[in-house]
Structures are given as structure tokens and as C-alpha cells.
Write a protein that binds this ligand. Structure first.
Ligand code: ASP
Length: 596
């Protein structure tokens, strides 16, 4: 039977009670975590989002009726307890914040009963994720998820406080917008009033925030929902959240400065971690050359070495062909891994193949000075020695080489480096290493589309000194773009924008848009730029990913209240769902696919 809470008022959250409250009469409300009946002595743990407190019902100390009602409590009943805080009579529980005290009740109300939940509500649940997502409202009761969502709220609050102190205005931009499918696929919303027309849900507020700069709001931010209808990749969500910002009358350094201070504030306040400023910067080219990645994890070394020059004359065809085809040969040195069993090396080879390598060449330097190598027979003694020397190889090391086009070599060794670091336990979870990656290429050649695409987006400003190559060698032009990387994860990125019409038009031309096409899609922006546009730049963080890293979780699903699964469906609400024909007719739509 559910009782009302009339006449009662919660005075504390369960986890807030401590020795400081001893002697005080308090009222707590929450869920029964567990109930241990020792005959005449009933221990009830009551839980809310702040923690757990132990309530002790003891024969002789209180009404029989109170004790028998306590004995009837089951997991997840919602209760209100009035009682006195006392020092724990039994063993102190150092695992609990409230472990030194207990509550001796004078009142118990059962506010609501509960059926047996489909899985236990507990920290580090071992229940399958599908089941937990189906009952997400129960899953969200678990302390780990509650901590994550509270941390997320704290990130949002501190961000708002910090940015408003820095003169930023929080401005909302539309969710129903125009479809501009550059980049990922848009989610479309059919218009009832304009049959056959569709809104596109924003992939980011990019165009609106640039327009806000044209309108003079010189510092904008928004914690914005974004939507991308991408193919199913691990740990992506069709809707996700950005901390989005844009600033006028600034250049790269200004954006970096305010964001470094924002990050330092968040990490200090929430994690007690001091981020030492300035955060180091590295150009894209250097990141690729040294780490094989534009989001390098710099918590460990194992950097790439380019040995193309060293091996260019050797007889090993794999190396020679790669070099002849304009590629390179690069290697990494896995220190102390020279004794790795052949089987394990083979696993690394197939790992490398997953990233496009045709193979992986290795030299395992044994402690006794001998060498095991997959290609020694094609090399002279001297060539082998100079290669080992170039790699700083010492007895006991494992040297791994990839030979191919740069892109493949970087990808293979960049990922191999991370895999080895995992195996060698070089990734310390307590370490937070930030780095800015700057000077990205402006354009990327797309084999699929047979044209250049924007590496960031089409509004990104080329580096002034590279503009001279925009016609002759567009691939060489660098952009005023930057990413902020934390422990090998890109957590944010942005750029200085083009604010000159002629450069913007040129950019569209290089991207293969006709003037009409550019106007068709982005006309309102190009028009706006005719009426006085300030130089501007901005950046957006992936909030989900940032909180995931701060909370040391492996998936963004663990920091989103109601996430979707890989196929973009929600296991709890069963969205997306079919709608009835009347709704479709109103929208002027008919479906071709069979309804599920
Ligand atoms: N709108 C960009 C993005 O979503 C970020 C930016 O350039 O500000 O990646």
C-alpha cells in the first residue's frame, strides 16, 4: 500500500549524513537497496542519488509494528524514514560515505512498493546492456550512472558560468532548419504545411553561429543537440551534444586561449586535475609523422621513424615497391618486446592488415644479440645494422615496419602503436594529456567522389601563406583549423572562418560546387557576408565524449541519459516506430517499404 508523504519533509539526502549529524533527528527518503533481517534486528539500506544510509530497526528500542513493517520491505520500495542519527554500533563501513553512522528510526512510511526489478540495481552491473537499456529508468538508478549524469550536469553548469564570465551569450538556434548535406547525412522532417518539403535537423549550429557573428553577437555559445544520420559505427549516437561557440574579431590564438582556460577550470573543479597551460601544440604534419594519427595519445612515446632513406636501396621488394610507388617505409620500436612469441607477432600482423597493411615486417632483437626477422634474408648485414641503428634498436626490442602509401603507413603504425601500448600497459588512466593539433590540410581528396572535400567544413579559412597554391596544388594548402585532443581522443575542433566572399567562392569552386549550387545551399550565408561580416572563428566540443573521458567510461552511452543503440533505435521506447496512414497522408507521404 502506498502512503502519502503528507506532514513529512525531507531534511537530508541519504549520502549527506555524517558524524556531524549525530544526535539530530532527520528525515530521509529514497529506495530500499537491501533489507537484512537478523530476527529482531532489521538493517535497511536506503539509497538516493547522493548515496546510501543504513537504518537499524531493533526490537526493544521501538514499536513491534515498526519492526515488522521494516521486515516487509523489499528492494526498490520507496520509503520515508524519520530517525535519529547515531554513531554506528557495529563495524564501521569504510566503503560508504555514511559508514560511520546509522539512523535509528521512529517513523517509516512506505511511499511506494516495487515489483522485483528485472536486474539488481547495483554498481558495476554485470547485467547485459540490452536489458539495462530496455529498463533504462532502472539502470539510471545505479550509482555509477548517477555519478556520470551528475558530472555531466556539473560540466554544463561550469561551462555556462565560465563562458558567461568571459562575455559569451547563450543563444539557441533552430532544430528545424534547411538540409545542407555536406558531410554526414541529414535527418529529415517532413513538412505538413508544405507537402513534399523537408526540414533538416542540424548536424551542428555552424551556419547559424556564423550568422550570429554577422549580426554582432561577437561571443556566442550553446549546449546544442546535433543530429547525424551516419552509418552505424561503434559508439556513435544519431543525436549528440556539442558545447558550441563562435567568436568575432579573433584569430587562432584567441580561441585557443579561452578554451584552454575553460578546460583547465573544468578539470580542476570536477576532477581536481591541474591542466598545465599553455597546452602544447603540434601541427597536423608533425602529429602524423611522429604518431601516425591526428589525435595522438601522447601519454607514451613509441614514435614512428621514417626509414625510407635507410632502406631505399635494399633488395626487399615490399620496401622497394612501396617507395617506387611514392610511399614510405616507417617503423616503431616496441621496447623490451623482442621475446614476443611468434604467435603474438602474427596477431599484430593481422591487426595491421585490418588497417589496410599488406603485411608487417619485423625485427626481433634477442637479448643474446641474435636477430629474428621476417625479411633479414633480403638485406645485407650492413643494411640490417643501419636499419636497427636508425630505429634505436637495442637487444630485447621488437621493431615493426609498414611500407605503403603514407596514409596507410600512418594508419597502420598509429593504430599498432596504441594496440601495443595497451598490451604493454603504458596507458595510465590517471594521466590527462592534452594537445592541440593545428594546421590541418584544408582539403582531402575523395577517391569515391573524384573531387576534393573539405577536411573540416567549407567555411574554414586557408592559411594565408598557402593561398597561392589553391589553384595549382590545392592538396598542399593548410587550414586555420585546430583540434583539441585528450589521451588520443578528439574532444573538440574548430577553425577560423572565411569571411571574404572571394575566398569563399574560390573554396566552393575547389570543392566542385557551381556558383548556383553554392547559392542554392548556402545562399543566405553568402548574402549575409555582403553586409559587413567580422573576422570570426569558433570551436565545438563533443560533450558526450568529453564527459565519458572525465568519468573514465568506455562508451558515451554511459554518460547519456537515454541513449540509442547501434542501429539508432531506442530499446526502451522502441523508437523509431511506424505511424498510421492518417499521419502519413497529412504529410503527403506514402511508404514504399513494408512496415515492420
Ligand atoms: N561546427 C563544427 C563541427 O561540428 C565545429 C566548428 O567548426 O566550430 O565540427
Amino acid at each position: 500500500m502506498a502512503e502519502s508523504m503528507q506532514g513529512l519533509k525531507r531534511t537530508y539526502r541519504c549520502g549527506e549524513l555524517s558524524v556531524a549529524n549525530i544526535g539530530e533527528t532527520v528525515t530521509v527518503m529514497g529506495w530500499v537497496q537491501k533489507n537484512r533481517n537478523k530476527g529482531g534486528l532489521v538493517f535497511v539500506d536506503v539509497r538516493d542519488r547522493s548515496g546510501i544510509v543504513q537504518v537499524v530497526f531493533e526490537e526493544g528500542k521501538m514499536d513491534e509494528e515498526l519492526i515488522s513493517r521494516a521486515a516487509s520491505l523489499r528492494s526498490e520500495y520507496v520509503v520515508a524514514i524519520v530517525g535519529r542519527v547515531e554513531k554506528r554500533s557495529g563495524a564501521v563501513n569504510t566503503n560508504l560515505l555514511t559508514g560511520e553512522i546509522e539512523v535509528i528510526p521512529s517513523k517509516l512510511r512506505i511511499l511506494s512498493e516495487s515489483e522485483t526489478p528485472p536486474f539488481p540495481i547495483e554498481e558495476n552491473s554485470r547485467t547485459k546492456e540490452e536489458l539495462r537499456l530496455k529498463y533504462r529508468y532502472l539502470d539510471l538508478r545505479r550509482p555509477d550512472l548517477q555519478r556520470n549524469l551528475m558530472m555531466r550536469s556539473q560540466v554544463a553548469t561550469l561551462t555556462r558560468q565560465f563562458l558567461s564570465k568571459e562575455g559569451f551569450l547563450e543563444i539557441e538556434t533552430p532544430v528545424l532548419g534547411k538540409s545542407t548535406p555536406e558531410g554526414a547525412r541529414d535527418y529529415l522532417v517532413p513538412s505538413r504545411i508544405h507537402p513534399g518539403s523537408f526540414y533538416g535537423l542540424p548536424q551542428s549550429p555552424q551556419l547559424y553561429k556564423q550568422l550570429l557573428m554577422c549580426s554582432g553577437y561577437d561571443r556566442y555559445f550553446q549546449i546544442a543537440k546535433c543530429f547525424r544520420d551516419e552509418d552505424l559505427r561503434a559508439d556513435r549516437q544519431p543525436e549528440f551534444t556539442q558545447i558550441d561557440m563562435e567568436l568575432s574579431f579573433v584569430d587562432v590564438d584567441d580561441v585557443i586561449d579561452v578554451n584552454e582556460r575553460l578546460l583547465a577550470e573544468l578539470f580542476r573543479e570536477i576532477l581536481g586535475v591541474e591542466v598545465s597551460l599553455p597546452i602544447p601544440r603540434m601541427t597536423w604534419q608533425e602529429a602524423m609523422d611522429r604518431f601516425g594519427s591526428d589525435k595522438p595519445d601522447i601519454r607514451f612515446g613509441m614514435e614512428l621513424t621514417n626509414v625510407t632513406e635507410v632502406v631505399k636501396d635494399c633488395e626487399f621488394v615490399v620496401f622497394r615497391t612501396a617507395i617506387e610507388n611514392g610511399g614510405t617505409v616507417r617503423g616503431i620500436n616496441a621496447k623490451g618486446q623482442g621475446a614476443m612469441p611468434r604467435k603474438k607477432i602474427d596477431k599484430l600482423v593481422s591487426f595491421a592488415k585490418d588497417f589496410g597493411a599488406k603485411g608487417l615486417a619485423y625485427i626481433a632483437l634477442q637479448e643474446d644479440g641474435t636477430i629474428k626477422s621476417s625479411f633479414a634474408k633480403f638485406m645485407s648485414e650492413e643494411e640490417m645494422q643501419s636499419l636497427i641503428h636508425a630505429m634505436n634498436g637495442e637487444p630485447g626490442d621488437l621493431l615493426l615496419f609498414a611500407a605503403d602509401k603514407n596514409k596507410v603507413v600512418w594508419d597502420v603504425l598509429g593504430n599498432l602503436r596504441l594496440e601495443l601500448a595497451k598490451q604493454m600497459e603504458l596507458l595510465h588512466p590517471e594521466e590527462y594529456k592534452f594537445i592541440w593539433i593545428t594546421e590541418f590540410p584544408l582539403l582531402e581528396w575523395s577517391e569515391e567522389q573524384g573531387r576534393y572535400t573539405a577536411m573540416h567544413h567549407p567555411f574554414t579559412m586557408p592559411m594565408e601563406e598557402d593561398l597561392k597554391w589553391i589553384d595549382s596544388d590545392p592538396g598542399k594548402v593548410r587550414a586555420k583549423a585546430y583540434d583539441i585532443v585528450l589521451n588520443g581522443n578528439e574532444i573538440g575542433g574548430g577553425s577560423v572562418r572565411i569571411h571574404q566572399n572571394d575566398i569563399q567562392e574560390k573554396m566552393f569552386e575547389v570543392l566542385g560546387f557551381t556558383k548556383e549550387e553554392a547559392y542554392e545551399q548556402f545562399g543566405f550565408l553568402l548574402e549575409a557576408f555582403k553586409y559587413g561580416v567580422p573576422p570570426h572563428a569558433g570551436l565545438a566540443y563533443g560533450l558526450d565524449r568529453m564527459v565519458m573521458l572525465m568519468a573514465k567510461e568506455d562508451s558515451i552511452r554511459d554518460v547519456i541519459a537515454f541513449p540509442k543503440v547501434k542501429d539508432a533505435s531506442c530499446l526502451m521506447t522502441e523508437a523509431p516506430g511506424v505511424v498510421d496512414d492518417k499521419q502519413l497522408a497529412e504529410l503527403g507521404l506514402e511508404t514504399r517499404e513494408e512496415k515492420e
